[in-house]
Every structure is written in C-alpha cells, then in structure tokens.
Design a protein around this ligand. Structure first.
Ligand code: NAD
Length: 256
C-alpha cells in the first residue's frame, strides 16, 4: 500500500507528456516517465518532477516495440510499488503530410505501431497488473491521448487520423473490461497544442486560429491538457468511464 499515488506517463520527456508529468507531481503523485531517449530534455523532465517534491523514475523504451513492452510495464509498475494511473501520451505525427493516395504501407505501419498497437499492448500489461494488485488505496485510471483527428478528417495525415480513431475505440474497450475493477478509462482529445510536434505547422495554425478556427482563438498549452488529466485521475469523475474529453478550445464544434 502506498501513501502517495503513482502515475506512469509515456513519451514524457517533452511537450504534453512533460506537462502532464509536472501536473501529477504537483498533485502529489510519484511519477514514472518513459521516452525513447534519456537526453537533456529527459533530464529536465526528471528534474522538474523532483523540484515539485515528487519521486521520479525514467524508463528508456519504445512503446511500439512489443518485445520491450512487458519489461517497460514491469519496471513502471514496480518503480514505486504499483501504479494508480497510466497515461498513454507517446505519439507521433506523420513524417510527411501528403496526398491520401500516396500513403505508404511503411508510414502506415510505423504510425499505427506507435500510436495504437503499442499503447493497446502496454495498456494490457499495465491493466493486468492493476487488476492483480487489488490495492486500490487511490482512485485508479487509464488515460489515453487521442486527438481532435479522432473525428476531424485530415486527408494529408490519414494514418494519424486512423490511429487516433483507434485510440477512441481502445478507450471504450478497456472501459468496459475494467469497469468492474473500478478503473476509470478515459480519452483526452487535444486540439492544437503548442509543442515540438506542431512547431512545423506553427505559421499555418497561427493564421487559422487568428482567423477563428477555434472559438477561443488561442493555441492550447501542455498545461491545458495536464490539468484535465490530473482531474480525470483524481476520482472526481467516479461514475464516468469510456468518455472522450475535448480539450481543444471548441475546435470540434460544428459551426455555420
Ligand atoms: P511531442 O512530439 O512534442 O512529444 C512526444 C513525445 O513522445 C516525445 O518526447 C517523443 O520522443 C515521445 N515518443 C515518440 N515516439 C515514442 C515511442 N515510440 N516510445 C516512447 N516515446 C515516444 O508531441 P506532443 O505534441 O507533446 O504530443 C503528445 C501526444 O498528444 C501525442 O500522442 C499526440 O498525438 C497528441 N496530440 C498532440 C497534439 C498537438 O497539437 N501537439 C494534438 C492532438 C494530439
């Protein structure tokens, strides 16, 4: 039994994941961070968690590598004697935006591997351990980041859209399976968030946002997502599961 709750955030050395790791640390969680490499950015993320008074553990690993997933899950689960929350944040965009008619099988498989196949099997490994642990001192949850593109069609990023629609279904599937285990399963659907992922299209989105693409007329920040993740994990949404939470400044609203 742990006095402090524990969270595992994938892809958290920078961007939204780092913001989520910091917000959980501020909320009193000990934090396990995963990412592809333990570089300077990772060191900043680890230090930032510790500066917020929490314990931090870093696990280098690729969530799309199914042969590595059991070991990643085991390390994450045992770092602080169990886990109360998994945040499937690691994700990639397409290497090159382009015509739907030119999408290659290599690009499709790579993107699906990172954004959907890996998170599905990582969730399975963590969920099995949560179910077996039966030590629900704290509210327990599994939160996955999809995207506004779970529903909004972007034909120049077909593989990305498909992977994120899959994350929506994955959320509902695990919500049904884990409902009786009292593990809430949630999807966060970010809109346009200021990170390295969107830096390549900054000028385009600056113009679109200024022109009214979103009712709120501003970029989202990693903290916007992080605050929602911590709230979902808090147990305040106790009678909700399988839901998708739009954190997009109203981007998803159809307007006339
Ligand atoms: P980012 O590129 O800034 O950060 C992603 C992190 O994940 C990086 O540190 C990267 O190294 C890591 N990562 C990538 N592949 C990995 C793998 N196979 N295994 C482990 N770690 C891996 O991106 P971000 O903007 O912070 O996005 C985080 C999540 O939010 C992604 O799932 C993304 O699809 C989603 N999202 C982002 C936006 C946005 O506007 N930025 C919008 C909608 C959804």
């Amino acid at each position: 039994m742990s006095a402090r709750p524990r969270v595992f955030v994938t892809g958290a050395r920078r961007g939204i994941g780092r913001g989520i790791a910091f917000a959980f640390a501020e909320a009193g969680y000990d934090v396990v961070i995963n990412d592809l490499v333990e570089d300077d950015a990772a060191a900043e993320a680890i230090a930032g968690v510790r500066e917020r008074g929490a314990k931090a553990e870093f696990i280098t690993g690729d969530v799309s590598d199914l042969s590595a997933i059991p070991a990643i899950a085991e390390r994450a689960f045992s770092a602080f004697g169990g886990l109360d929350c998994l945040v499937n944040n690691a994700g990639i965009s397409v290497k090159k935006r382009g015509d739907l008619l030119e999408v290659t099988p290599e690009s499709y498989d790579h993107l699906m591997g990172v954004n959907l196949r890996g998170p599905f099997f990582l969730t399975q490994e963590i969920a099995r351990r949560m179910v077996a642990a039966k030590d629900a001192t704290h509210p327990r949850s599994i939160i996955s980041l999809s995207s506004a593109n779970a529903t909004l069609v972007a034909p120049d990023r077909a593989e990305y859209c498909l992977s994120k629609t899959g994350v929506s279904m994955m959320t509902k599937l695990y919500a049904v399976r884990l409902g009786e285990e009292n593990i809430g399963v949630f999807e966060i659907r970010p809109g346009i968030i200021r990170t390295d992922m969107t830096a390549v299209v900054k000028d385009k989105y600056d113009r679109l946002i200024e022109g009214g693409l979103t009712p709120t007329k501003r970029w989202g920040e990693p903290q916007d997502i992080a605050r929602v993740a911590v709230s979902l994990a808090s147990g305040n949404f106790h009678f909700s599961t399988g839901d998708a939470f739009h954190v997009d400044g109203g981007l998803h609203i159809h307007r006339l």
